[in-house]
Design a protein around this ligand. Sequence first.
Ligand code: FAD
Length: 307
Amino acid sequence: MAKEYDVVIIGAGPAGLTAALYASRANLKVLLLDRGIYGGQMNNTAAIENYPGFDSILGPDLSEKMYQSAIQFGAQYQYGTVEQIEDHQTYKIIKTSDEEFKALAVVLATGSEYKKIGVPGEDEYSGKGVSYCAVCDGAFFKNEDVVVIGGGDSAIEEGVYLTQLAKSVTIIHRRDKLRAQQILQKRAFANDKIKFIWNAAVEEIQGDQNKVTGVKYRDKKTDEQRVIKTSGVFIYVGIQPNTEKLRNLGVTNATGWIETNDLMQTKVPGIFAVGDVRQKNLRQITTAVGEGGLAGQGVFDYIQTLK
Ligand code: FAD
């Protein structure tokens, strides 16, 4: 028989952990499910310098602190990959590969994943010069020469952002024109600190074991290999929401992100969504926890309406 809860929260990153804290503090019976270790993307982060209250904190340490906060009022945590959620209006069924849970409400907090370019050195130097988030890591490259890989909106937007910190920003793009919106292109072309390398296929991210030292690429026109020296490589070739198991709920938009109102409610009553998995502009720990708080409280309010 399915174990019963007031709310099941899928994903124990900062958004899900905060939703669990608020819901359990409101005396709800809460289950947090995650297919990995609690903390989510924070575990992939070395130093976090933009979470209020800490000058700098290691990602795994902040994960542990948030987890301890989340379970102090009785929320339960369990390992499990959610394969399917069924909406039965007044209750929901949540299925993992080997178990079933019944809940009055569900919070989707499954996050998103950055696409990789898949070249040697990318994984090895992740966090040692390779980054997927300029807002997170840009400040570590003050007055240095950095490289941005990509040609879409994010690459150009983040490249412009990095010019406020770095000495120079070189955007490497595999085509001879950008995909980004015209207004962003104009801004980038007008910025003296931005240089472009066109028609270039990145082949390797090079380093000295400890940190990035350069990017090797092939000029697709001449077939020549070249290396550009840099200490920071920001990769923007796409980001995708972790919603492949949630599509049947009808809460995702055409690009797979979940849309909610200001109270984190999706269009399905009793299903909330928080954090990076939402359609939004800023994917950060601060935004994730704020949304988690709103959903935790919102679940309480929703359950009152069922009584
Ligand atoms: P996530 O942290 O992604 O957590 C989602 C969780 O859901 C994961 O644990 C995942 O295992 C789980 N999950 C997914 N699908 C399922 C499923 N089907 N079943 C069960 N569980 C599932 N932000 C900052 O504010 N400052 C920084 O310095 C910073 N640095 C960063 C550095 C890196 C390298 C990266 C990748 C991100 C960084 N960020 C930073 C961004 C920040 O980590 C995210 O915005 C934040 O973690 C989003 O929280 P979340 O809870 O929405 O999702």
